[in-house]
Every structure is written in C-alpha cells, then in structure tokens.
Design a protein around this ligand. Structure first.
Ligand code: TXA
Ligand code: MG
Length: 315
C-alpha cells in the first residue's frame, strides 16, 4: 500500500473516517489512529504494528463532551485530574461504556482516555469527529516514534497516511493512571510526574512493574522500546566501555566522547527523555552493537525515563 504523506490534519482525518489508519503527532510520541467505533479499522492497527491482541488501546478525544461516548462513569478524582491535566500527556483508566468495541479495550471492563494538547493532534481529532483509538505508531517492541520519519521507517507501506509534524516535545509517552483503583494507581509512569499527580489529588500509588497484575495493565508485560543494539545501563559514564560499535547517552559526558560511534550528552532530564528514542533509532541505523545509557535520579520525569531505560535493557 502507498502511504500518503501530508501536513493537513483534515486530509489525514479523512482516512480515519473511511476506516483506514493515519499516524499523527502528539506532544508525547506519534500515534497510529483508527476510528474507535469501526472494529475492522481497529483490528488493522494490531496487524500493522504486529501488536499482541491482549494489549488495549488508548482512546484519544478532543472535547470533554466526547467522554460519555466511551466512559460509563467519571469518578470525582478523575474529574479533578481532567480539570488540572487535560488536555495533556495523561491517560485515565475509567469504566468503559458498553458501546466501545471490545477490540479497543482487549476485552477489559475499562477504557483508557486521553486528550492530547498538541495543536496538530487537536485539529486532527476534531476533524475525525469520532473517538480515535491509537497506540504509539511503531512496530511492536520498537522505540516509540518521535518524528514522522520514524513512523515511516516502521510502518511505511503498511498504513494509509502519515500526518507530518515536527519532533515531539516530551519524547516519552503519557502517564497511565488507573482511576478505578483507590487510591488511583500509576500503571505506566510518563510525561506527567507522580509528584504532580499527588499535588493535585493526594494519595497516588505506583504499580511495581514487576508485580503489575497482567490483567490490569496488559501492556507492561510485553518487551518495549528496544533498539536492535543491546542496551546496558550505567550509573556513570566511567562504566561505559568505548568502542567503534558502542554508543553512549547520559547526563554526564564520558572522558573521551569521540571514542564512541555515537555519543549524546543531554543538558537535563527533559532533553534526555526527548532524545532517547530518537537516539536509539540513530544508533540502529549506524549499526551500533551496544548502547550505554546512564540512569538518572528517579524523581519527576526521571521516573518515566528510568522505566523506559529498564525496559529497553531487559532481554
Ligand atoms: O503518549 C501516549 O500515551 C501515546 C500517544 C500516541 O497518545 N500512546 C501510547 O499508546 O503510548 P500505547 O498503546 O503504546 O501504550 C498504551 C498503554 C499500554 O501499556 C496499554 O496496556 C495501556 O496503555 N492501556 C490502555 N488501555 C488500558 C486499560 N483499559 N487498562 C489498562 N491499561 C491500559
Ligand atoms: Mg507503545
């Protein structure tokens, strides 16, 4: 199939209305969208990505009035969080409305909803005029795409359309928060920090990835975000072994940056997170065998960054 490239949100939305797939930029990573109410379109997301059928999709909305189409109830804590963080990089797990096709939620009784804040995403969602089911627009297991060229690399020829935006701002995915649990529980750390959530609503639990009940957050059991090169986590750049097939990324510079095939020293955790997946893909194109990645302090955005690093390093 020919993948149509466009900068027009209206043109991309036309594909979704016709039951086809369009990738689109958001403030976190690029998404691969289908009309949530056309099950065969949603099915083609799983086919294009090679995604396991037991991993539910996030439904993307642009207006609060769309919530009742997909959620059976909005608990008070979710209401507070929507007022504070929507639109933005936060996904709320809510009781699912009957009308939502089972393929979207992998048969769960809940649904993930998110209101992107990115202008182009909002224009696209408005033009789609239907809730849009969308995972990250990468082949399953690969790093999430932070630029349209990464979408093309993974899904070119397999999807109908790519809506071209620039580099995504956050570079890590949304925070997934289960609002059907008490206290609300973070299932995936992301661009909204646990500290920000606690400041807004008080107690918030964080599911331990290794203990997360697979039925509750099916996505966490699958290997994720990994480049072809083998990722090795280091506390400091001194522990990274230079070499012509090695790469390094971190907050502190190694003694001899030129001794690595690729080297990226980020100014702060935000820049590190923004660049991580982009760097992974660049290392793969350069045929690196090893990527040394410095872990960071586990607070704020650092929690999400460390989570992605650990998943990428897990074999
Ligand atoms: O930033 C993001 O969240 C991006 C952009 C495109 O919005 N999307 C994204 O989607 O990262 P995906 O499919 O790659 O990751 C969604 C995560 C998965 O871990 C999935 O298991 C979880 O959210 N999830 C979705 N619906 C769920 C539900 N009803 N219950 C529990 N977890 C759910
Ligand atoms: Mg993903």
């Amino acid at each position: 199939m020919d993948t149509h490239l466009t900068t027009s949100p209206d043109e991309a939305a036309q594909y979704v209305r016709e039951g086809r797939l369009a990738a689109f930029p958001t403030e976190t990573v690029y998404g691969l969208g289908a009309d949530a109410f056309q099950p065969s379109a949603v099915q083609s997301i799983f086919t294009a990505k090679g995604r396991p059928a037991d991993n539910p999709l996030i439904v993307h909305l642009f207006a609060r009035s769309q919530l009742r189409q997909v959620a059976a109830a909005v608990p008070p804590v979710a209401e507070t969080l929507l007022n504070r963080f929507a639109p933005g990089p936060l996904t709320l797990i809510l009781p699912r409305a009957e009308a939502v096709p089972g393929i979207v939620t992998a048969g769960l009784g809940t649904v993930g909803v998110r209101f992107p804040v990115h202008d182009c995403a909002r224009a696209f969602l408005r033009a789609c005029d239907t809730p849009v089911a969308a995972p990250s627009a990468n082949r399953s297991g690969r790093p999430s795409p932070t630029h349209w060229t990464a979408v093309q690399e993974d899904l070119g020829g397999r999807i109908a359309c790519i809506l071209k935006g620039g580099r995504t701002e956050a570079g890590v995915e949304s925070t997934v928060l289960d609002c059907t649990a008490s206290p609300p529980t973070v299932l995936r750390p992301g661009a909204v920090s646990v500290e920000q959530l606690r400041a807004a609503v008080g107690a918030v639990d964080v599911a331990d990835a290794s203990e997360t009940d697979a039925a509750r957050s099916p996505g966490t059991k699958h290997r994720h975000y990994a480049p072809a090169a083998s990722v090795r986590l280091v506390q400091s750049p001194a522990a990274a072994e230079p070499g012509s097939d090695a790469a390094y990324i971190g907050l502190e510079a190694p003694a001899r940056p030129e001794a690595f095939r690729r080297c990226r020293v980020a100014d702060d955790v935000e820049a590190y997170a923004r660049d991580l997946f982009h760097f992974f893909r660049a290392c793969d194109r350069a045929d690196c065998s090893f990527i040394y990645a410095q872990v960071v302090a586990g607070e704020g955005l650092g929690r999400a960054l460390n989570d992605r690093l650990q998943r990428a390093a897990a074999r």
